[in-house]
Design a protein around this ligand. Sequence first.
Ligand code: ADP
Ligand code: MG
Length: 702
Amino acid sequence: MNAPTDATEVFGRNVFSERVMRERLPRETFTALTTTIERGAPLTAEVADVVANAMKDWAIERGATHYTHWFQPLTGGTAEKHDAFISPREDGSIIMEFSGKQLTRGEPDAPSFPSGGLRSTFEARGYTAWDCTSHAFLKKDAAGNVTLCIPTAFCSYTGLALDTKTPLLRSMGAVSKQATRVLHALGHTTTTRVVSTVGPEQEYFLVDKQFYSQRLDLMVTGRTLFGAPPPKGQELEDQYFGAIKDRVSTFMRDLDVELWLMGITSKTKHNEVAPAQYENAPIFATANIAADHNQLIMETMQKVALRHNLVCLLHEKPYAGVNGSGKHNNWSLSTDDGINLLDPGTTPHDNEQFLIFLCALIQSIDKHADILRASAASAGNDLRLGGNEAPPAVVSIFLGEELTQVLMSIAKGEAVAAKNRDVLQIGVDTLPPLPKDNTDRNRTSPFAFTGDKFEFRMVGSSASISDANTVLNTIVAEALDEFATRLERADNINAEAAAIVRDVVERHGRVLFNGNSYAEEWLEEAAGRGLPNIQSTVAALNSVVTPKAVDLFGTRGVLSEQELRSRHEIQLERYAKQINVEAVSAIEMAHKQYVPAIIEYAAKLGQAVQQTAGAGVSTTVQKELLTRVNDLLHSAYSRLQILESELAKAQTVADVRKQAETYRDDVVPAMSDLREDIDRLEMLLPKDRWPVPSYTDMMFKL
Ligand code: ADP
Ligand code: MG
């Protein structure tokens, strides 16, 4: 047993944090850098040189030999290229050097990152630029290598975004600007900046490495392409919040320490709904830092799991039939003078402010439900959304009965029921108290108000949270812009605020739904309300290149039409490639593992029939079983051939969108058909004749 870890002692030890900067930088450098971090003022070359040198000394004292510009290309993951600090001297020796230039700008020289045609049209290469709003940190690997990681944005030379961070930063600027305008119009003039805050809850599965290594599908696609349902799934609900097994809690403890060292506030850990499924959540941070930290959390989970002979599965649906994994993206807006704008507050003024920001969300989610849905689209999430314990593909908002009632009453100019009072005047009266109780809150809604923040539950577990938060910030900025203009022009602010609430409820109230979003009836009702129900990734992605989307992102300066189109293409391509890998793996497993094992077993049964008949007794059972196995084998084999031909056809489609559609419409169903037969065979064959570990092995033997 390791000694318990003192969190206060390890926390942030590997971060070039504000505290370290204050200690190590001359006062004027520190002030200049802080101004850049907070207000985006340009950084001079002198300041950059001083910061770089201090960073290098700090890193070298801690064993670092290399630095890397750490960035998030459009693969959805992260990328790094390591450079040693060494620099040659004339006498043939070296010194350790790190200049301001090396800190602020890098050239990863990596033309093979996806760019959707952007760079080939403009420039051959992209460059990385230091994002000083996210702290530099040290990464240590098991072999003892220490690398200074500098969070960076990745752009083309013409300034086009080639990553997920750049649009997120732009969207944070957009929402800050409009939220500040609204606050000023409401008379709250002390605010100069508003940040979007995010706390992502990360779900994942753990599986024993020995089982994982025997499953080609898990290794190359991250999910099981075959597997009969285990006798016990999650129906007893005994796993959720259950006692954590020792092996898993040892993993979780190591994970916590690794995360704390990097300054990540890992706080909550528990068992999730499905067997062998877990969750980790940090304390919320600014959207940008939360996105960086979430990437590090995913990476660290996978690294630490291996040390325990476990593999961490981040796929949205590793196992059919049980809960998939997502990220609950908790989102709010917070002012630089410390106010959470989605907190209803207690004074009439606070309430008014809250209602305006709440209405901005309602309007923007209804107007851009399709774009928000697209931000959570991936091949993996197609298997999760609408499945067990996951929100449907219809975007709706849960506010709770009380808050919904308040909005409705204001909109209709009625007495507010909760208090038997007269017509509630926004900005003059206080709202009736809203329950902040977590216990009975709606867990089926894709977008739920949870007392002082919203929880967006559609994001897939393997995805970067940047896209979803870029969309949230941008759509809310648009609504706030409209409201700010109205409030700025109004003679009577309170009356205008009430009018805004009325208009929003009238025009966008259809997006509010407090019932069970998992119910079939809801899908019908949603259709009646005209809410989009976009089932597949391929369809969802179309919403990012509509004139509405181009206008939204363009006006806010978040993504140009060209950037949107390139992203669209990259995502369609990624979808097609992912399904292609799945289909190739399924075919390989069928040919090399399943079919031979089944043929062998059928032969064994054939022998058994003969031998048993030779003994002069009845062979009906042996024959019956042989017939069932043989029939399924025939069916499986013909479905395998169909899959092969559908795949071959899909591979030759030239147009990206058509190709993605072909994979979705022809290849995916052919894979499911094959799986159906193979899974039925798995239930008939003896365990020791089945060539791969079963669902029971993977989910229950931990
Ligand atoms: P749950 O019951 O959904 O697990 P928690 O209270 O554990 O909810 O919070 C989930 C996440 O929400 C945490 O990461 C938490 O830090 C985050 N969170 C709390 N307040 C805010 C906020 N104002 N903005 C963004 N995220 C927040
Ligand atoms: Mg939650």
